[in-house]
Design a protein around this ligand. Sequence first.
Ligand SMILES: [Mg+2]
Ligand SMILES: [Zn+2]
Length: 219
Amino acid sequence: MKRLSGMVRLEGNIHIPSYPDDSRPARPGPGSASPAVFLDRDGVIVEEVGNVTHPGQLCVLPHVPEAVARLQERYLVIVATNQAAVGMGLITEAGLLEVHREMAGRLYSRGAFLDGICYCPHRPGAALAAYDVQCGCRKPQPGMLVTAAARWGVDMSRSFMVGDRQGDMDAARAAGVRGIRVGASPAKQHRGVLSAPDLAGAADIILSTTGGMPEKGAG
Ligand SMILES: [Mg+2]
Ligand SMILES: [Zn+2]
């Protein structure tokens, strides 16, 4: 089975998977403004099971690897996830890196790559004082998207955020990207927000727009 080369943590609470082969679609060069699809983690990529504190709890949702593989042909694919479990002392940041290594590894084994995973470990009132802060990165704040945009040179006007909660949609709006809500009943949808049953459906919407990077072989 294909395995990740590794996973590193960068300043700003970003995990970057490294991949051993050159099967990956071409990534945009430095300085180019690229469109991105930001993905919430729990309820979008993996099953929502409350606080994930161990890699063994991860359950990748149906059709997700295929959807990510399609998206990465034309978009940066960047995860943005609230992980207050860290601040609550339920998992360490080292443990969270292992969870993300496992998640990225499972996606990679099925042909799907991630450009990065941004996480917010904070929560006001968190049990661990270091994380008990009113940060700018916990969704519905847009900080993770803004930080990622600076790091990867994202063109927000051509970008999307896929999430299963209103907070994801609020973060999308605040960051200036289009939100697509998955998994919620239509009655709960707010007007003006796109919706899809799951990530595969969201990918259909995104790839039907013309905002992505040129496909290989195109003009
Ligand atoms: Mg979620
Ligand atoms: Zn935060």
